[in-house]
Design a protein. Structure first.
Length: 160
């Protein structure tokens, strides 16, 4: 009978189905194999970094108490108008000045994102999520596949 627990643990390790150590801070963020979440408070602000060293994909997001959930669409629309100009000023070339818009629906947080495709083949995504009591804003840079993985992590975020 002792072989079953050992077999089960071995299978979990082989398939990569595990939870990493919980991060500090007010959010519970479960990451799949290859991703790491770090809480980085700084000068009274609450920051999280999510990263995947293998793919180079990363997400940075911060608590945004000045943005009520009712204003998420307006903030994203403003960003969509200014990002193409900011990108051009930095020498970043876009495939299109019109972003792909999407919804983020999770058990605790909901929100929206917009994704710009860059000519170098990567994606630049800006997102806002809220649980109705607080809003977090974030940015992703990396591949489209990396965004799909990051999006699943973001959807699963919960308040501790």
């Amino acid at each position: 009978m002792r072989i079953l627990p050992i077999l089960f643990l071995t299978l979990l390790m082989i398939t990569g189905c595990h939870r990493v150590k919980p991060t500090e801070g007010p959010l519970q963020i479960d990451t799949p194999s290859g991703w790491e979440a770090k809480y980085r408070p700084s000068q009274g602000n609450e920051f999280y970094n999510l990263g995947n060293e293998k793919t180079g994909a990363y997400v940075v997001f911060v608590f945004a108490p000045g943005i009520p959930s009712s204003k998420i669409s307006a903030v994203l629309n403003g960003y969509a108008k200014t990002f193409p100009t900011e990108a051009a000023e930095q020498g970043t070339k876009l495939e299109s000045e019109t972003p792909v818009m999407g919804e983020i629906v999770g058990p605790s947080f909901n929100g929206k994102y917009q994704m710009f495709s860059l000519q170098n083949g990567t994606k630049s995504v800006y997102f806002l999520i809220s649980d109705g009591r607080g809003t977090w804003q974030g940015k992703y840079n990396g591949t489209e596949e990396g965004w799909k993985s990051a999006l699943e992590i973001i959807k699963g975020i919960k308040k501790k």
